[in-house]
Design a binder for this molecule. Structure first.
Ligand code: HEC
Ligand code: HEC
Length: 369
C-alpha cells in the first residue's frame, strides 16, 4: 500500500508515518504511539516483537454471508428477541447486555458442555476475532450462535421450533425475505444465525480517546492517560506484547494463571497449554467488569495488581507465560495504567435496542437497556 494511502487510515497514524519515513530508527525500546502530526515524524513507535499491525485487518466475513443492511436489521431484531428461546424469556441480550459492553456484569454464566462456567464475553469488535470464546473453540460467528440458541441450559430452542415460531410472525417473514429472498422459505435456522452474525459484525469500537490521540488529537488523552499509555507500551509491564494494537488483543493462547480449574485451550486442542486463554481485546474493557475467563477480578485496579504481583507465579500456577514476571509500579503509576485502560472506551456505534421485539415480547427489563 502506498504511504499516501496509508495516511488516510487514522489508526496508528503515528506508526505509519514512522514506517514510511526513511529516517525512522527502529526503536530499541517500546514507546507509546505519539499523536500524528502533519509533518512526517521519527517518533519511535511500539516495535516490540511481534510487530503490531498498524492497520485494522478486515472483518472476518465468510464469503457466503456478506453483510447487507437488511441482514443486519434482521440480526438486530433477532439479537434482542426472547422468542429465540424455548421459554420465550431469554435473548442474546439477556447475557450480552448493551449497557455493559455486551457482557452482563456477573462473575460467570451457566456452564457449557466441555467447559466450566465462564464470564460472559463482551461482543465489541468480535467480528475481527479469528477465534471465538475464551478457549477459541469456535471460529465463526455463524456457527458460534448455534451454541447459545440450542444448549439446554441457555436458550434451549430447536431449529425446527424456532423456524415455526418465526414463520408465524409476518414482520419476520418480511425481514427474512428482504435479507435472503425466497419469501417464507427464507425463514430458516441457518439464516437466523447468518443474520445474527452480520449484526454482531457491526459492533465496532474504534473511536476511543486513544484512537483520537493516535490520529493526531493530542488533547484526546489526559496527561495521566498518556503516562498510562507509556507504561502499557513499555517493557516494564509488557502489556502491549500480548494486547497488541489495533485491537489490543492477539490471536494466541497464553497462560496468565488466574486461579481456576478451567483447562482453557488444553480442553479443546491437543497442543493447547493447560490454563491458556485467548488474549482478549481491551477495547471497551472498562464496561465489562468483572474480568478474566472466570470473572475473578471486580475492577481493573485488581487486574493491574495481579499482573504486578507476577500473575499466576504468585500462586505457583504451572507454565505461566515468560512475559509475566511481575513489575514494580508506584500506586500513582498503577492508577495511570488503569486510566489508560479507561481511555479505550468508545460506544459511538451502539445499535439501538428495539423497545418491543417483533414477536411482541419485551426486549429487556429497564436495567437491561
Ligand atoms: C446464558 C447466557 C448467554 C446467552 C443467552 C448468550 N450468550 Fe453468548 N456467551 C456467553 C458466555 C458465558 C460466553 C463465553 C463462553 C466461553 O468462552 O466458553 C459467550 C460468548 C459469546 C461469543 C464469543 C465472543 C468472542 O469474541 O469470543 C459470541 C460471539 C456470543 N457469545 C454470541 C451470542 C449470541 C449471538 C447469542 C444469542 C443467540 C448469545 N451469545 C447468547 C453467554 C451467553
Ligand atoms: C502473556 C500475555 C499477556 C500479557 C503480557 C498481558 N496480558 Fe492481559 N490478558 C492475557 C490473557 C491470555 C487474558 C485472559 C486470561 C484469562 O481470562 O485467564 C488477559 C486478560 C486481561 C484483562 C481482562 C480482560 C477481560 O475482558 O476480562 C485485562 C484488563 C488485561 N488482560 C490487561 C492487561 C494489562 C494492563 C497488562 C500489562 C500489565 C496485561 N494485560 C498483560 C494476556 C496477557
Amino acid at each position: 500500500m502506498a504511504c499516501a494511502n496509508m495516511l488516510l487510515i487514522s489508526f496508528a497514524a503515528a506508526a505509519l508515518l514512522a514506517a514510511c519515513a526513511p529516517t525512522a530508527e527502529p526503536a530499541a525500546t517500546a514507546t507509546a504511539p505519539a499523536p500524528a502530526t502533519s509533518a512526517p515524524t521519527t517518533t519511535p513507535v511500539p516495535t516490540l516483537a511481534p510487530q503490531p499491525s498498524p492497520t485494522w485487518s478486515p472483518l472476518r466475513t465468510p464469503p457466503d454471508n456478506p453483510s447487507t443492511p437488511a441482514k443486519i436489521e434482521l440480526g438486530r431484531q433477532l439479537f434482542y428477541d426472547p422468542v429465540l428461546s424455548a421459554s420465550n424469556d431469554m435473548s442474546c441480550a439477556t447475557c450480552h447486555r448493551p449497557d455493559r459492553g455486551f457482557s452482563n456484569g456477573e462473575t460467570v454464566s451457566e456452564a457449557r458442555p466441555g467447559a466450566p462456567p465462564r464470564n460472559v464475553s463482551g461482543l465489541w469488535n468480535t467480528g475481527f476475532n479469528a477465534f471465538l470464546l475464551w478457549d477459541g473453540r469456535e471460529t465463526s460467528l455463524e456457527s458460534q450462535a448455534i451454541l447459545p440458541l440450542t444448549l439446554p441450559n441457555e436458550m434451549a430452542e430447536t431449529p425446527d421450533k424456532l423456524e415455526a415460531k418465526l414463520r408465524d410472525i409476518p414482520a419476520y417473514v418480511d425481514l427474512f425475505d428482504a435479507a435472503f429472498g425466497g419469501g417464507a422459505d427464507a425463514v430458516t435456522f441457518d439464516n437466523a444465525t447468518r443474520a445474527l452474525a452480520a449484526f454482531q459484525r457491526t459492533l465496532i469500537s474504534d473511536n476511543s480517546p486513544y484512537d483520537r490521540f493516535v490520529a493526531g488529537d493530542a488533547s484526546a488523552l489526559t496527561e495521566q492517560q498518556q503516562r498510562g499509555m507509556d507504561l502499557f507500551f513499555s517493557q516494564r509491564t509488557h502489556c502491549s506484547e500480548c494486547h497488541q494494537p489495533p485491537l489490543l488483543a492477539n490471536e494466541t493462547f497464553r497462560v496468565v494463571g488466574v486461579d481456576s480449574e478451567d483447562p482453557g485451550r488444553a480442553g479443546v486442542s491437543e497442543t493447547g497449554l493447560y490454563g491458556a486463554f485467548k488474549v482478549p481485546s481491551l477495547r471497551n474493557v472498562a464496561l465489562t467488569a468483572p474480568y478474566m475467563h472466570a470473572g475473578q477480578f471486580a475492577t481493573l485496579e485488581e487486574v493491574v495488581q495481579f499482573y504486578a504481583d507476577g500473575a499466576g507465579r504468585a500462586h505457583d500456577f504451572p507454565r505461566v507465560d515468560p512475559l509475566l514476571k511481575g513489575f514494580d509500579l508506584t500506586a500513582e503509576e498503577k492508577s495511570d495504567l488503569v486510566s489508560f485502560l479507561e481511555a479505550l472506551t468508545d460506544e459511538s456505534r451502539l445499535p439501538q435496542v428495539p423497545d418491543v421485539a417483533l414477536s411482541g415480547l419485551p426486549t429487556a427489563t429497564e436495567e437491561n437497556r
